[in-house]
Design a protein. Sequence first.
Length: 152
Amino acid sequence: MSNLPGVGFLGAAYPWALAAHVIFVIFLMASLFMMPRFFIYHHQTAVGSPEDLAWIDRERRLKRIILNPSLIIVWVLGLMLAFNVGAFSQGWFHAKLALVLILSGFHGWLVGYAKKLARGQRPWPEKRLRMINEVPALLVTLIVILVIVRPF
């Protein structure tokens, strides 16, 4: 264990906290990819139809069971890990944190859009939803590069 970088206050729990962080990032990213796809399919239903109600329920369950808990756990573990290794003094981490804040804002937008769909509103066209589906891929790509390469 002594060869681990920045074991800090987490001690022997550091690799477990890191593993849990990565696992919940995967859960979070999966749900961030799924939700806009759900919206695209949801848009194709008639408001108030049984299929519309089924998509509302699917979106609610995805949000409640995977999306929201994953975001909270990722943030808690991520901040623990950052404090543990002193990441707040490193430039790459500031850039990563900014991107994670944007990704968290995207999460908030998804939650808000799901509420609009549940009220029968369809404010965005499907084409725009298909394009917005690329946002998490771009952000996570940049985040992974910052964490692995640490260019600054």
